[in-house]
Design a protein. Sequence first.
Length: 445
Amino acid sequence: MSLTPSNRTATATGRSLARRWLYLLPAVYVTYSLAYLDRANYGFGAAAGLAATLHISSAQSALLGSLFFFGYFLFQIPGISYAQRHSASRLIFYSLLVWGMLAAMTGVVRSFWLLALDRMLLGVAESLIFPAMLLLLTRWFTRAERSRANTLLILGNPTTVLWMSAITGYLIHAVGWQMTFVLEGLPSVAWAFAWRVLVRDRPEDAPWMATEATEQLNQQLLAEQSVLPAIRGFARALLLPRVQLLTVVYFCWSAGLYGFVIWLPTIIRAGSTVGIEATGLLSAVPYLLSVLLMLLAATISDRTQRRSAIIWPSLLASGVALLGSFYAAPHSFWMAYGCLILAGGLMYAPYGPFFALIPELVPRNVTAQVLALVNSAGALGAFAGAGLVGWLQGRTGSSQAGFLLMAIALMASGVMMLFSPEATRTTPGHQAVAGTVPQSALQEN
């Protein structure tokens, strides 16, 4: 049976919209994977003897681990303001070039203070990536798709740590930790040029998007704005209790999560008798579980259109699992390690729903800045978590105090998330009437 012209148009539109998942998201995923590689491999350098090689103290090593997040905090909001007014894809291109070179220099620099400066500047370069890519996704995916789209972006985090954990130990064993940093930093420079070719800021700029598909997507995105309250500017958004609450939640969440990410290899090696190669393999297992739980949480979140109800139980349970590891560590390494696997999976699970919630609570004229604000708070939390866990590890000679700190931070974030509102649901009537969108919600600049 032949298709009518309207059916053919609908089919072509559907195929064009499907290309977003095939063209845009793989590029976004690879970019964030490279960013996370150059962020998280410091823990392996520390476990492989970075402090001994450079003749620095454990406190200085902990400072190097946390300085990245201080730099990551500094330029979030100025960077996202540039991305919103000019070009997110261009900003990401230049960031890839800069951070790739800085990451490679981590294995070359021998002076502690130069290395400290390098790690902080690496954080500055990478700070521009995540909010800019979240901003891109708000222009390309609707509310019913956004948790899954965010999750496919953020999967670059645990999947990168998964394969990095599996091979970095062997790479360090083969060429040393210095050359490992160089070999894992240079791919970002090469990928920058692929990113420039593949990614456009908006659907109407992409040659592979049909005009009808672009119009349909933009109309639906505009309609979704009609249920949001008008907010005149970022300063007003700062005063919203829901924005302040999400900021504090993400601070505590990141304090627990990045203490876990940065120091997990050191914790495993200190608590067991395995070598650096086996340490890498053991460090990879929690991230395998996290990939599965992230996909599950995102799918449920988009189908039910509920975000907070998925986020808070995951965070609270991850803190409880870390608390279990705290109590088990003196008695059984493998029992404590089992709790670490569960904690690692659960603390990653709600990422997609969390960053899908923010554009559903504030209009798009302030979405980018609010995303950057929340992510900045996460950077400060990561700075505090990575620094304190490393300091406690060096001061006590045990991972127990670090477990307790991470557990408290994650449980606090889960309890606070209980009080976060669910977004107002978009009704079919709203989707059909784009003309009712408040003007303040239509102005991005």
